[in-house]
Design a protein around this ligand. Structure first.
Ligand code: ACO
Length: 323
């Protein structure tokens, strides 16, 4: 028998305000056509002025708890993947814990930018496999609109706000790749590339800062590293590309998504794509895509799902799980 961390509930939340590409044409030297053709993005959601990352996270968490038929106190731990927490501290996760009225367990944030949700899934999986927790609420939530330089057309048109959440629960499996739950994880980072994508502010510099990105350089690394991490995680699970039902990639750019699928030898009809509607929501993009993919009827129980992401650090990784 092998303990597995199985997804038993999922949900998401997107802020009300939808911003189409055309809205940027009034203030920037850009066009809907450029944004669509270079990134695949058509629209994104932006949080309201008084709406914070933990607000979005709490709404996604409530949807996931409802889907699992659970109350907040049925959960042992909350892990929030975010780079845009409400305050420097405490963690967004403890804010979600308070908003949910959860009176037990423990909560903390994980920060690996766009790879954050993959890192958070890996952390929650380790908590469950080690016996430290039986049920973990894993959330990806971001308000990247708060760290955009609205005069920089090469970044501000690409990002959006949102949150996705899922419940991971320890269950007994047979120790085979047919088990439900997380089957393998692969995590990587290489700090030599820290200057390709960063925020030029923070606590030590007493500023909030803005996102800065050498987009074409990040692009260069993305396809190769994403295909490689997905292949590594699949091999670790004792599986092959031909076993995959769904790739649920980080949603940064449709050209990266297509390039990675091609490099892996997978057709696009096996890829869940939401980038056109959400933009790049960093750590929220994978749980959002999982939740939307399930509600579209794409991801079904028993399906083999591979999630993969890359972001600032550079940090990248993949998780193979059976739904
Ligand atoms: N509208 C019009 N023109 C633009 C815009 C815009 N919004 N933005 C940039 N351009 C121009 C540039 O100035 C440049 O002009 P020049 O040739 O006169 O200098 C030209 O378009 C081409 O720019 P590139 O950056 O080479 O364009 P590219 O095809 O690489 O597309 C993009 C840019 C969309 C950013 C792409 O490189 C990309 O998606 N990169 C990866 C982003 C990513 O995956 N990030 C990782 C995760 S994010 C995270 O971790 C937080």
């Amino acid at each position: 028998m092998n303990r597995r961390a199985v997804v038993t509930g999922i949900g998401h939340y997107l802020p009300e305000r939808v911003v189409p590409n055309s809205e940027f044409e009034a203030t920037l030297d850009t066009t809907d056509e450029w944004i669509r053709s270079r990134s695949g993005i058509e629209r994104r959601h932006f949080a309201a002025e008084n709406e914070t990352t933990s607000d979005l996270a709490t709404k996604a968490a409530l949807a996931a708890l409802k889907d699992a038929g659970l109350e907040a106190d049925d959960v042992d731990a909350i892990v929030v993947a975010t780079s845009t927490a409400d305050l420097t501290f405490p963690s967004a996760a403890t804010m979600v814990q308070a908003s949910l009225g959860m009176t037990r367990g423990f909560a903390f944030d994980v920060q690996a930018v766009c790879a954050g949700f993959v890192y958070a899934l890996s952390t929650a999986n380790a908590l469950i496999l080690s016996g430290q927790a039986s049920r973990v609420l894993v959330i990806g939530a971001e308000t990247f609109s708060r760290i955009m330089d609205w005069t920089d057309r090469s970044t501000c048109v690409l990002f959006g706000d949102g949150a996705g959440a899922l419940i991971l629960e320890g269950q007994e499996g047979k120790g085979t790749p047919q088990d439900r739950g997380i089957l393998a994880v692969d995590l990587n980072s290489d700090g030599r590339y820290k200057d390709l994508l960063y925020v030029d502010g923070g606590v030590s510099t007493q500023t909030t800062g803005y996102l800065r990105m050498q987009g074409n350089q990040v692009f260069r690394h993305a396809v190769e590293k994403l295909a490689q991490t997905a292949d590594t995680a699949l091999a670790r699970a004792g599986l092959e590309t031909s076993d995959v039902d769904w790739i649920v990639p980080h949603q940064a750019n449709i050209r990266i998504i297509k390039g990675t699928a091609k490099k892996m030898g997978l057709d696009m009809d096996k890829v869940v794509v939401t980038v056109q509607d959400h933009g790049n929501t960093s750590a929220a993009s994978i749980p959002l895509a999982l939740s939307v993919g399930k509600s579209r009827g794409q991801i079904k129980p028993g399906d083999l799902v591979v999630t993969e992401a890359i972001g600032g650090g550079l940090a990248w990784g993949a998780v193979v799980l059976r739904w």
